[in-house]
Design a protein around this ligand. Structure first.
Ligand code: MG
Length: 270
């Protein structure tokens, strides 16, 4: 099933994207047994949002050998290298990635996103890990390279508002499509020009290892997202450009790139 989250004139809800392109509205959340409200929407009448609002996004650095080589920042890690993106970085399909003021070195990073299911994941073994997975989506680990280098750690460089596009949907049954998350084609284009391409079979640490490892550190809650690392071919994006991240079976996550908005909470409602 393709799970989406969407805004309609009636408000925000989850839904299932059907083969006919229509969205069937779900009652409440999409975990566990789903019940439908009976309402159906044409995609033209709704706006797709990020398919989930995670409490946290746990990311993996340096998990494709060719990307480690192109970054030239040392060898592959001996264990998964984890870092966090704040929930406020998450945006949905069609939303704009905002370039921070003065920045000229923001890069795209297409990544396979794992969405954690209803039971969460805490202290799970590699053998138990995949039972914690709800489904898969596409993520873009947008990164400001100058800050990444100068800060020595990555919270600022990868934590700006809009630096975590997710979507367009969560596929809950890749197996039914004849696909294996451990071997999916993954790619990124900017204004239609090829940038990144690879396969998830190139992951240094695979999904069971990643989920198990993270779950020994922090409890993964339902809806949390693990971004599993990016293949080689990362590069800069500028305002006015269009970034398209694609993964086999998961569609294409398209985002525009724009200047930062100078919106402040100061002086607003308290
Ligand atoms: Mg990354």
């Amino acid at each position: 099933m393709r799970i989406v989250r969407f805004a309609s004139p009636q408000g925000m809800s989850f839904g299932v994207l059907d083969g006919d392109g229509q969205v069937a509205q779900i009652e409440g959340h999409p975990f566990g047994r789903i019940s439908f409200t009976g309402a159906r929407y044409a995609q033209a009448d709704i706006r797709l949002l990020s398919p989930i609002l995670p409490s946290k996004v746990v990311c993996i650095g340096k998990n494709y050998a060719e990307h480690i080589a192109e970054m030239d920042t040392g060898d592959a890690p001996k264990a998964p290298l984890i870092f966090l993106k704040p929930s406020t970085a998450v945006i949905g399909p069609g939303d704009a990635i905002r370039i921070p003021p003065g920045s000229t070195n923001v890069h795209h990073e297409v990544e396979l996103g794992v969405v954690i299911g209803a039971r969460g994941a805490r202290n799970v073994t590699e053998e138990q890990a995949m039972a914690s997975v709800f489904g898969y989506t596409i993520g873009n680990d947008v990164s400001e390279r100058d800050m990444q280098k100068s800060d020595g750690q990555w919270t600022r460089a990868k934590g700006f508002d809009s630096f975590c596009p997710l979507g367009p949907w969560i596929e809950t049954d890749l197996g039914a499509l004849g696909l294996d998350p451990a071997d999916l084609e993954i790619s990124c284009t900017v204004d239609g020009a090829p940038r990144q391409s690879g396969r998830t079979s190139q992951l240094i640490f695979g999904l069971p290892t990643l989920i198990s490892y993270i779950s020994q550190v922090m409890t993964l809650l339902p809806g949390d997202v693990v971004l599993t690392g990016t293949p080689s071919g990362v590069g800069p994006i500028r305002p006015g450009q269009r970034v398209e991240c694609s993964i086999e079976g998961l569609g294409t996550l398209t985002n525009t790139v724009a200047e930062a908005e100078g919106v402040s909470t100061a002086g607003g409602a308290r």
